[in-house]
Write a protein of this length. Structure first.
Length: 332
């Protein structure tokens, strides 16, 4: 068996995940919650939350060893022993089993604040989980992941972590695209918010600012996406970091950033096919040069902006040069 636990700041996506129909979930037990639907669960959890606790919930995954032939009642016993060992009892929680794979396991979402208004200490949580696992397995005569014959740790496929990583990569792709099509920090934030990303900037007690992004119900620190996305203190407010500001300044100087909405309206208004092709060539020529520049740290390849007339002129020059070379070799 192996136990994994961590504090989380939002539970919307986590709750949606653990009660998915395709997971063939079954509610193992709960406490202090109306579990008729996700909305009622979240509403009840809010009753014991504290504004100063940023990560007010706990996610726990309990994965028994396949060597142990467990009955349904055994999962309930393992759950209660885990909550006891981790000192996560006396609080709201919902626990479900996922039965869609051969490896049946338990997901638990808990309130980090208990009924006595005390906040669970999540320091060194990995060591706490390991110690709890060893203690429970010794008490219940179960196999642990730390006593395999090959002395290697067994790995648990944490599907929620996989989902979170896929969402992070999708978010990173969105922000990266908008970074190189924006000319200021404000414009960047506006652009990504139009694409479903919420931007959170808060000031800490030491006066510094922290940036985070919320996407599809999951929240990520800016530094987990790209370090230059964090902000710097500027008096009583904040500004873009120097590395990011350089990108914005480069975008302003080249002024070739395509506004896709304007381009779409323009293309829809062009009826003549040749005119449409010419317009698309002019835009794609500029944007290709722009994209080439993105391979460098600040886009050095953006300097030579080219339009359709330049391209056609260069093509004529190349043809004349080829003719001259062939004539000199007696080929014409």
């Amino acid at each position: 068996m192996i136990i994994k636990a961590r504090s989380i700041g939002h539970i919307g996506a986590s709750l949606e995940y653990i009660i998915k129909d395709e997971k063939e979930h079954q509610v193992l037990s709960s406490d202090g919650l109306d579990i008729s639907n996700t909305r009622s669960i979240m509403s009840d959890f809010e009753l014991f939350q504290k504004d100063r606790v940023k990560k007010g919930y706990v996610s726990v995954v309990i994965s028994p060893n396949l060597k142990d032939e467990l009955k349904d009642k055994d999962y309930h016993i393992i759950l209660q022993e885990t909550l006891k060992e981790l000192k996560l009892n006396n609080r709201q929680y919902i626990a479900v089993t996922h039965n869609n794979t051969a490896h049946k396991h338990i997901h638990v979402i808990l309130n980090r604040i208990d009924y006595d208004n005390q906040t669970w200490n999540d320091h060194h949580v990995a060591w706490k989980c390991q110690a709890a696992c060893k203690s429970i397995c010794k008490t219940l005569d179960l196999h642990t992941a730390y006593e395999n014959e090959n002395k290697q740790k067994a790995t648990v496929s944490n599907e929620y972590d996989d989902l979170r990583e896929r969402t992070r990569q999708e978010l990173k792709s969105i922000i990266k695209r908008e970074v190189y099509t924006s000319e200021s920090l404000t414009q960047l934030h506006q652009n990504i918010e139009e694409r479903g990303v919420k931007v959170h900037i808060e000031q800490f007690k030491n006066g510094l600012f922290g940036t985070s992004f919320e996407f599809k119900g999951m929240k990520y620190k800016a530094s987990k996406i790209d370090r230059k996305l964090s902000v710097s203190k500027d008096g009583d407010t904040y500004k873009a970091k120097p590395q990011l500001q350089k990108v914005f300044e480069q975008n302003k100087r080249d002024n070739i950033v395509p506004n896709t909405k304007i381009m779409e309206r323009k293309m829809n208004s062009i009826e003549n096919t040749d005119d449409l092709i010419a317009y698309m060539k002019s835009k794609t020529s500029n944007y290709a040069s722009y994209n080439k520049g993105l391979s460098g740290s600040t886009g050095k390849g953006m300097k030579n902006r080219r339009n359709l007339e330049d391209v056609e002129s260069d093509e004529e020059n190349r043809k004349e040069k080829r003719k001259s070379e062939e004539k000199g070799r007696g080929m014409l």
